[in-house]
Design a protein around this ligand. Sequence first.
Ligand code: HEM
Length: 150
Amino acid sequence: MTIALLAPLYPWLKALHIVSMVAWMAGLFYLPRLYVYHCAVPHGSIESERFKVMERRLLKQITTPAMLATFGFGILLVLTPGVIDWSAGWWHVKLLAVLLLAGFHGAAPGWRRRFLEDRNTKPERFYRIANEVPTLLLLLIVVMVIVRPF
Ligand code: HEM
């Protein structure tokens, strides 16, 4: 199913999709980094309380709205006539990588809550490794949509 009315908006939808995706990625890169720093400060310290505020704002005011906008503009692009070839392999790999990215995003509130309640038990190393996940998925997605290798 496509919507003919969307065709003249195509470049705008794509521009807004890319801007939202950059904001989403910025949030997903920075959140685990905040958790890495948060691991290093004592529970109840002023620094710890400051990290809690930063984590809440980054997740709720930037990262989640940016994810919703990326999905919204992405779905409008899918509904634009002639944009998606459902038989292309790269498109399915991109979608899978996007779902994994959303799953990673879905884990972030649970981590935030544990820090918020001063009961994080995961080591700094866990968040350092988690930090690499969005980078790898972004690389995969951009190669799929730009190189379209298959
Ligand atoms: C529900 C999620 C998403 C959907 C439905 C979606 C869908 C689309 C569609 C239909 C296009 C247009 C392709 C074309 O013009 O031929 C597009 C372009 C693009 N998407 Fe997504 N996308 C999603 C998420 C993402 C994410 C998470 C990223 C990056 C992390 C991303 C990066 C891009 C880029 C860089 C382009 C431009 C490619 C080009 O110049 O043709 N998208 N997306």
